[in-house]
Structures are given as structure tokens and as C-alpha cells.
Design a protein around this ligand. Structure first.
Ligand code: B1M
Length: 232
């Protein structure tokens, strides 16, 4: 991908949209946070919606990073820099995605499960849920079951969301759901699960109400299940 030093010479604001987006994929790959922040601001100033910038420039760039991480071309320190750059862009988009004057339509507690420190996808889900008018309580990463229980007791959420990105951590979702069942509180909230290695079948097997492929599906599913519950 791009040579970091070359970026010093590139005037991002002079690039047409498609080249700028491609450059942002390269900058994300190279973990250049300032450039990602600048590129995000430029696209917004050109009238791009926050969700278009998110999908086409940031999430797509991170997908490319993921492929080379999988193939052993990129390693943890480099991917951490990419994640940091991605978060720079997300920081600008967050308030825009969350803009809503309406009363919260529901409350969600969300966290990445124990043993897992991936949080970009979870953060995106939280941002999109806020944007759709939900109040979101973010428990962060590496949450043991006790954290979820304490948050449910404190916040009485309509929805509990769990994220896992590792095949080794996704089974922990069942530990959490089984504990809710044991304590007789499983039906107090809707349980949604998500993360790249999961699928519909896994969601059913662990006893979640639904598996959400991405943040948009999470919002849609949350809205549908909440209205079904309220109607019932
Ligand atoms: Co990690 N990592 N990683 N990693 N990492 C993956 C997940 C991996 C697939 C890479 C690979 O090999 N191709 C692989 C897992 C393999 C497996 O389990 N089969 C992997 C590995 C192996 C590891 C380590 C073990 C590496 C090591 O140390 N040797 C290690 C584990 C650390 C740990 O957690 N204990 C590790 C570490 C890291 C970093 C710290 C370097 C960094 C995380 C930084 C951070 O998150 N702050 C990192 C990253 C960035 C990735 C990849 C490249 C990108 C993940 C990401 O952010 N994607 C990832 C490869 C990949 O997924 N392609 C990989 C972008 C994000 C927008 O998508 O998270 O899928 P995603 O979220 C989506 C949906 O899944 C869904 O909506 C989101 C938005 O649309 N969703 C939900 C997610 N959570 C949801 C919750 C919901 C609903 C929907 O609740 C309702």
C-alpha cells in the first residue's frame, strides 16, 4: 500500500471524491489518524452524509486491513494503528450519527464479551443506535457476566447487546444468556448478538433473540423487536 512519506506530499482537499476515498483506504491501512480525520472532514464538507463516509471510506478501509491481517501481511501493532485511525474518523461522525432531538425510544446496554478486546464494531453499533434515538450504555470491552448483570440491574435496559470477534470468545455469549435464564431475568430484555464470526444459527443456538449482521441490521432489529414487545 502507500508509502507513509508520500502522504506528506498529498493535498487531500485537491483530490476528487473517489481518489480521496481510495487515499483514505491507504491512510487507514497505514494508520494515519490525522489524515483520516482530515479526509472525513473533507468528505463531510462536500456534502457526504455521515453514514456514507462511514461505510465507503472507513468500514471499507477496515475491511481491507482485515484481509491483510488474516493473511499475515499486517500484524497486531499495525492493525492497532489502523484501529486508532478509524476511531479518529468515527469521533467526528459520532455526533452527526447521533443527532436526534427525539426522546429515547429505548435503552440499550452493549459490551464486548470477556476475553475480547475488539471494539470498533461494537462502537459503531452504539453510534448507530444513538443515531436512531436509543440511549446507549457502553460497557466497553472484556466484560465478564457480572458486568452485564450489574448493568442490567442498574439501567433496566430494553436491549442487551453483546459483541464478539473471536471464535474463542463468542461461546461466552451463551454463558451470559444462561446466567440470565438461571436468574430468571432472561425475558426482562431483548438480547441481540453480533460480531464477524457469528451467524444466525449461532444466535439461535445461544438463545439470543436475534443475530445482527451489522450496525444497520442491529438498529432495524432493535426497532422491530421493541415495537413487537410493546404491542404485546
Ligand atoms: Co483482531 N482478529 N485479533 N484485532 N481483528 C480479527 C477478528 C480476525 C478475524 C483477524 C483475522 O485473522 N482475519 C481474527 C479472529 C480469528 C478468529 O477468531 N477466527 C483476529 C485475531 C486472531 C486477533 C488476535 C488473537 C491476534 C493476536 O493477538 N494474535 C487478537 C485478539 C485480542 C483479543 O481480543 N483478546 C486481536 C487483536 C486485534 C487488535 C487489538 C489489533 C485490533 C482491535 C482493535 C479494536 O477493536 N480496538 C484487531 C482488529 C482491528 C481486527 C480486524 C482486522 C478488524 C475488526 C474490525 O474492527 N472490523 C478483524 C478482521 C475482520 O473482522 N475482518 C480481526 C470492522 C468492524 C466495523 O466490523 O467488528 O465485524 P465488525 O463489526 C460489525 C459487525 O460484525 C456487527 O456490526 C459491526 C458494524 O457493522 N457487530 C455487531 C459487531 N458487534 C456487534 C454487536 C451487536 C450487533 C452487531 O450487538 C447487538
Amino acid at each position: 500500500m502507500s508509502d507513509e512519506n508520500l502522504d506528506d506530499d498529498i493535498d487531500l482537499s485537491a483530490l476528487p471524491d473517489d481518489e480521496l476515498v481510495e487515499q483514505m483506504h491507504d491512510d487507514l491501512y497505514d494508520g494515519l489518524r490525522d489524515e483520516i480525520v482530515e479526509g472525513t472532514e473533507i468528505l463531510l464538507s462536500r456534502g457526504w452524509s455521515a453514514s456514507k463516509v462511514l461505510d465507503e471510506a472507513l468500514v471499507e478501509g477496515m475491511r481491507i486491513v482485515g484481509i491483510d491481517f488474516r493473511d499475515g501481511i499486517l500484524f497486531v501493532p499495525e492493525v492497532l494503528m489502523s484501529a486508532n485511525a478509524m476511531k479518529g474518523g468515527m469521533g467526528i461522525l459520532r455526533p452527526l450519527l447521533a443527532e436526534t432531538g427525539a426522546e429515547p425510544i429505548g435503552k440499550m446496554v452493549i459490551g464486548t464479551v470477556k476475553g475480547d478486546i475488539h471494539d470498533i464494531g461494537k462502537n459503531l453499533v452504539g453510534m448507530m443506535m444513538e443515531g436512531a434515538g436509543f440511549e446507549v450504555i457502553d460497557l466497553g470491552i472484556d466484560n465478564p457476566v457480572e458486568d452485564y448483570l450489574a448493568a442490567i440491574e442498574e439501567h433496566k435496559p430494553d436491549i442487551l447487546g453483546m459483541s464478539a470477534l473471536l471464535t474463542t470468545t463468542m461461546p461466552y455469549m451463551k454463558v451470559v444468556i444462561d446466567t440470565l435464564v438461571e436468574k430468571g431475568i432472561r425475558d426482562d430484555c431483548i438480547v441481540l448478538v453480533g460480531g464477524a464470526p457469528l451467524n444466525e444459527e449461532f444466535g439461535k443456538a445461544v438463545g439470543a433473540d436475534a443475530y445482527c449482521r451489522d450496525a444497520a441490521v442491529a438498529v432495524e432489529t432493535a426497532q422491530n423487536l421493541i415495537s413487537q414487545r410493546r404491542a404485546a
